[in-house]
Design a protein around this ligand. Structure first.
Ligand code: FEO
Length: 394
């Protein structure tokens, strides 16, 4: 795709990756993604904001073909999907300086071998004039690594946010046209890479709250020309109380755990508690991560395999521990054939979660009347805990 004009002297550059289905060999990308770079031409100087993932560097380099000079390369984030083509850009424009936070400088030297003399570091709040356009750099750590910053273009009131507010959607749309679709993709993205750092991100949001932001131009997905809804969504994701909702990631081998999950789900629904089920044998882990943004309770369902939890349940526990969701309560249900340490093993895998462990329910073979009654009691306990905690919103 050719470069596209956003405003006078401001252009979208970058690549649309329609075919990518996995990020970091982990995160599902059902809708592909984009790597957005931006070109800002001032009266005196020109800046390129970010680059693209190296496999698509030729697209960016073709867009830069007719650009006569670049004075500054603003690197918001050292991860290679945005920084990886900077060495190629520097080769074409050897006099350009790479503008970064102090932390990003070291990371780009380590990750890409950019020479120390090619950098200009900026402090939080520093400005850089391109002539008639002023870039203000604002440190926003942990969106998504510790070195991240954003750029606010003062005259046009555009926030260039890199991963912050991004969404993985490949599209020819330059601006958001389907807010519902982008909301889901942005929430998925937040859940997968930013949820663990939400207390820092809350401070990042506070830092930008007084800016007059007319447009947010992220480095993945489409540009927000009406940005208030995505700012509101982020405030909810980081700060709102959990919802009256239970997430049940589960796996069942011969049906016993599945029967328990079905029974618990019905009991919870009868008590007015929302449930989202994720059969780990087939689920998209991005969907599970999104549900964890809101859930007050997690119930892991697992059979016992080789004396411990099923490996897929262990994977879900590991993921939840890494994502550090807001959930306050957790339980474990499942089945076994002759013994094991399923509960102890799973419980030891979630030290990061600040949850009360509700009494686990394991049954030998098929669940019987007493286990179904125990599941009813668990549902009642969850309902009561949510009410006591004020988690009443669906
Ligand atoms: Fe889009 Fe953290 O890189």
């Amino acid at each position: 795709m050719n470069k596209r004009k956003i405003r006078e002297g401001i252009y979208w550059l970058g690549a649309v990756d329609w075919n990518r289905r996995l990020f970091d060999s982990l995160i599902p990308l059902p809708d592909g993604t984009t790597y957005n770079a931006y070109l800002i031409e001032g009266r005196e100087k020109t800046a390129l904001l970010d680059s693209v993932d190296p496999p698509m560097a030729d697209v960016l380099m073709a867009q830069l073909d007719e650009v006569p000079k670049i004075d500054f390369i603003i690197s918001h984030h050292a991860e290679q999907d945005h920084s990886g083509s900077i060495p190629l850009v520097l080769k074409k424009f050897p006099d350009a300086k790479v503008v970064v936070t102090q932390k990003a400088k070291g990371m780009l030297m380590d990750l890409l071998g950019v020479p120390e003399g090619d950098f200009v570091t900026v402090v939080d709040g520093e400005t850089l004039s391109l002539g008639n356009k002023t870039l203000k750099f604002i440190y926003t750590p942990w969106v998504h690594w510790p070195e991240t910053m954003v750029t606010y273009l003062e005259e046009q009131r555009i926030l260039f946010s890199c991963d912050f507010f991004g969404s993985h959607i490949a599209s020819t749309d330059l601006f958001v046209t389907d807010a519902g679709r982008v909301h889901e993709a942005a929430k998925r993205y937040f859940a997968e890479i930013m949820m663990p750092f939400r207390s820092v991100i809350e401070k990042d949001l506070e830092k930008i709250k007084d800016l007059d932001i007319q447009m947010i131009a992220p480095s993945h997905g489409q540009i927000y020309d009406r940005p208030s809804w995505i700012l509101d969504a982020y405030r909810r994701w980081v700060g709102a109380e959990p919802k009256n909702m239970v997430v049940i990631p589960y796996v069942s081998m011969h049906g016993s755990t599945g029967m328990m999950v079905d029974h618990l789900t019905s009991a919870l629904v009868e008590k007015g508690v929302r449930v989202e089920l994720f059969n780990l044998a087939v689920t998209d882990i991005g969907k599970l991560a999104m549900a964890l943004v809101d859930a007050a309770t997690i119930v892991v369902g697992t059979p016992t395999v080789l004396a411990g939890p099923h490996p897929l349940a262990a994977y879900a526990a590991f993921l939840a521990n890494a994502l550090r969701p807001k959930a306050r309560f957790l339980s474990i249900i499942g089945s076994y054939g002759w013994g094991g340490k399923t509960v102890e093993t799973l419980a030891s895998m979630i030290p990061n979660l600040k949850v009360d462990l509700l009494e686990p329910i394991l049954c030998k073979g098929l669940p019987s009347k007493s286990e179904f009654e125990a599941l009813d009691r668990l549902a009642g306990n969850i309902e009561q805990k949510h009410k006591e905690s004020g988690f009443t919103k669906p």
